[in-house]
Structure formats: C-alpha cells, structure tokens
Write a protein of this length. Structure first.
Length: 360
C-alpha cells in the first residue's frame, strides 16, 4: 500500500474523505452562497455576456502589465462608494485577497492577533507572514486584550477577524474590537465576505465602525468571482506594489468584473433588498431555538458519520444541505450548514425545521 492509499484510508476511517456532490438538481438547496439569488438575474447574465463579447474571455495578464478594459476600475470605484473607503484593490478571489493583504503589510517584528475561528483564508494568510501569530478565544474581547497586554511587540499589532463567521453564523463584537484596536494602536482588519449584501454594505457599516482594511469576495452576494481589499490610499499603494497574489496573478476575466458590477448596481438601487432574507433567517433561527440573525444557520450534530447520514436523509426529502466536517470546522463539531437565500420561503423553512426535529 502506498502512502497515498494509507492517507486516504485514514481520511475514510475518520469520516472526512471528500467527494464531489452530484450536479444540482431540483428541490431546496441550502448549499449556495448566492444569498440574493443574483447569479441567474437576467441583467447580471447579460452584463457578463456583453463583457465577454467586447473584451474576450481572459484578463490576459497581471493588471500591472496590461489592463484589457475599464471594468476593473469601474468596479473598484463602485465598491469604494458602496463601502465608504478611499480605495479598493481587486484580487483573483477572496482567498487571494487575504493572502495579498497580509503579504504586503506585515513585517518580521509584527504581531497578529486573530480570532480562533477565522476563515481558513485568514488563518493560512497570517501563517504565511513573517509576523508572530496569536489566536484569541472566539468572539472574546477580554481574551484578545489579555493577549495584547501580555505580548511584547516591537513592530505593528494587527487584529484580524471575520465579521460574520461562515460556519457558525455568529457575528464578531466589532465595536469592542475597534475600541481595543484604538487603545493598543493596532490595525483592525475585518473580512466581510459573508456580510456584504445580506447586511447591505456589511456589518462594519451596521456597527458604525471603519476598520483599517476590509476584505471581501465577489463570489457570494455579488454572484461572480474575485476578491477585494478596501482601505486607505497609502495602504492601497503598499498592496499594489507588494501583494504577490496580485502581482503574479492574471486579472479577473472581464465577465466576472461586469457581473459583479451589475449585481452591485442592483443591490445599491434596492437598499432593502435583503430584508426578507434576514427576516426569514431570524424566523428559521427561532424555529431551531437560536437567537441569531444571520443567513448562515448551523445545526451541530454528534459525529462525522451522523452529519453525513442526516444530510443523506434530508436529500431523500428533496433538501440539499451539506454535512460540514473537520478540518473545515473544529474536531467534534460536525454540522449541517444551512445557507439561506432570498428565494427560500417561511413555508420551506418550517418544513425543514419539522424534518430536523423528526431526525435529530
């Protein structure tokens, strides 16, 4: 038996070997991050088609070498207005945006303090910097402040968090984090990937705070592909000059920029568009005995195999909800993760809640 086969058997025994799901068919789907159902919007699709016809299928090179169209700058300007930041820099994905930001702004003597349950893109990005990384207890400002007090740092301090946590559906204590960042003269960096759209311009706007950097993605409520960082002019210039994931990556396909730009126009022209989504999310949380409000709804179960079994049982009822297992989530916290969309109705959610009560 080769080492590869041994590794695959180990994954199988732990219930964490992955397989691609079948092509999406009918029924209720709770696996999509297309929160506002814009990916099949006719205006969005037409914008993408028009951009491909006009500019071709590829960005062709890094933007620092050549820009094939003005759609990138249009999208950056639109995001700048939407989020209230001086500058926006586009990246190939949200994952690449986080890598690019930390690659550009960190130095050897810096100290990074990040939430223990941050998204993998933040964890991986911070690990790949020359800075020292300290992880504080999830959503615990007191533990963060304790670590800041006890950790000598001759360089810059950076506090890093998701705003809306993608696997737990809970929200960071953003006002507390901003207060602590100011107290310790630390940069505050917030990933708003899952919050922009459902919470209009994001949870930072909702909380009335303005981090030094916001990162995000075009692949969820903005229904396209790509990522971005929102920041000040000086930090933008630093990222433009030093972010390796931007310098050494081909620019987004024009179709992606055009689709995201059109989606953003739809969202900004309908500021209450997401209200029914959040209303239904709160309704679903209440049915499941939770007081949370976001469109991500986890149902923790006992064991990886049980999560897969429940997912399969619901599939037989025409409900597609993925079983999320380690290492995507911490050990012993396997779950079903319901990702709600605008098209889901209260009737849908009532039925799902009833089935969960029958099977759990």
């Amino acid at each position: 038996m080769t080492w590869v086969e041994q590794k695959l058997r180990q994954l199988e025994s732990k219930g964490i070997r992955r397989a691609l799901p079948p092509i999406e068919g009918g029924g209720l789907c709770f696996a999509s991050n297309d929160y506002l159902d814009l990916s099949c919007n006719e205006l969005v699709k037409q914008a993408s088609i028009d951009a491909t016809i006009r500019f071709g299928c590829s960005g062709r090179s890094s933007r620092l070498l050549q820009q094939v169209c003005d759609l990138y700058e249009q999208l950056e300007q639109a995001l700048s207005c939407f989020l209230g930041y001086e500058k926006i820099l586009l990246f190939g994905s949200g994952y690449l945006a986080n890598f690019g930001v930390f690659n550009a702004i960190t130095q050897r003597n810096d100290c990074i303090f990040e939430d223990r349950l941050n998204h993998a893109s933040l964890i991986d990005a911070t690990r790949n910097t020359p800075a020292k990384v300290y992880r504080y207890t999830h959503n615990d400002p007191r533990d963060l402040e304790k670590k800041l007090q006890q950790t000598p740092c001759s360089g810059n301090r950076l506090i890093v968090t998701d705003s809306l946590f993608s696997m737990d559906g809970d929200i960071a204590p953003l006002k507390d984090l901003e207060r602590i960042a100011k107290k310790y003269q630390a940069l505050l960096i917030v990933d708003e990937a899952h919050a922009i759209g459902p919470f209009s311009g994001g949870l930072c706007q909702r909380a009335g705070i303005k981090p030094d950097i916001i990162t995000g993605t075009l692949s969820k409520a903005l229904c396209s592909y790509g990522g971005f960082a929102a920041t000040s002019e000086p930090l933008y210039q630093l990222m433009l000059s030093l972010s390796r994931t931007g310098i050494f990556s081909t620019a987004l396909p024009p179709a992606c920029a055009a689709a995201a730009l059109q989606a953003l126009k739809i969202i900004t022209s309908s500021p209450k568009m997401a209200a029914p989504l959040l209303e239904n999310a709160q309704y679903f949380h209440t049915l499941l005995g939770s007081d949370r409000i976001a469109q991500i709804v986890p149902v923790i179960v006992t064991g990886n195999a049980r999560a897969q079994e429940l997912s399969a049982l619901l599939k037989e009822e025409g409900i597609h909800v993925p079983a999320i297992r380690p290492p995507t989530v911490p050990e012993h916290t396997a779950r079903l993760r319901f990702s709600l969309r605008l098209s889901h109705t209260k009737e849908d959610l009532t039925r799902v809640a009833q089935l969960l009560k029958e099977h759990l």
